[in-house]
Design a protein around this ligand. Sequence first.
Ligand SMILES: NC(=O)c1ccc[n+]([C@@H]2O[C@H](COP(=O)([O-])OP(=O)(O)OC[C@H]3O[C@@H](n4cnc5c(N)ncnc54)[C@H](OP(=O)(O)O)[C@@H]3O)[C@@H](O)[C@H]2O)c1
Length: 254
Amino acid sequence: MLSIAITGANGQLGQSFRATAPLFPGLELKYFNRTEFDVTNQTVVQEAMDFYRFDYLINCAAYTNVVGAESNIEAANLLNGVAVGYLAQAAQKNKTHLVQISTDYVFDGNKLEPYRPTDLTNPLNVYGQSKLLGEQLVAQYCDRFSVIRTSWVYSEYGSNFYTKIKSRADQGQTLWITDEYIGTPTYSPDLAEHILSGISKDNLPLGISHFAGKDVMTWFDLARKLLPGADIRVAPKETPPLLVNRPKNSALAR
Ligand SMILES: NC(=O)c1ccc[n+]([C@@H]2O[C@H](COP(=O)([O-])OP(=O)(O)OC[C@H]3O[C@@H](n4cnc5c(N)ncnc54)[C@H](OP(=O)(O)O)[C@@H]3O)[C@@H](O)[C@H]2O)c1
């Protein structure tokens, strides 16, 4: 039976793996939260990976606060970049296939079409830069890896766009949602299923690939799709200085 480690297991995607794993009885998943497996501690990473010698490690640990990263550059780079390098070195040593989750925010959004895996990266913000560093370190240290870029991840698990707008709508609030950005929203359990299916069939894409929802839309469109009965209106245009720069178009094509 293939053994698979999930790091950052209490986050949105980690919880989505827990919910999806029963569909794959042939895979043995082990879940590690931040206290059990701190990916920023190189000794912990090396010892855990030498001990368990997982077949796959799916890294769901990340610094995901895009606005917070702007003022916490070191913390974002450590978790999304340097720590991914620790995982990559230990994966290479133990012949563990590293699956690193990356982001649409590695792109600058100037393209008019959805981005393909081979398109040039040019992140606009610290979060995107730190995730790009993670991608580069995986490729530097590992011979066999999968970097899977995804975008606008939502679900009923953890804290995300859906859970945030639902809680405000449940309190009877009007939701003011921007229509200034377009992307490909991704249901988190679909991403978990894509990865586990690829592992179980031994056809998970190697190198850099994209996995995102099929429909291109704005945050406003997504809110209306997820909460059709709520009072949802287009937010006024943001005026500079913005808290963080985001790509106007970060839709992903496979
Ligand atoms: N959410 C999106 O819209 C989106 C879009 C594109 C790509 N992605 C990528 O998708 C992946 C999963 O995101 P998500 O939405 O599941 O994020 P999330 O809900 O914020 O989960 C991140 C997890 O990382 C854990 N963590 C933090 N520091 C850690 C450390 N030092 N060691 C181990 N774990 C640590 C957190 O633990 P605590 O629970 O203790 O804080 C949290 O459980 C990330 O790589 C993210 O960059 C997300």
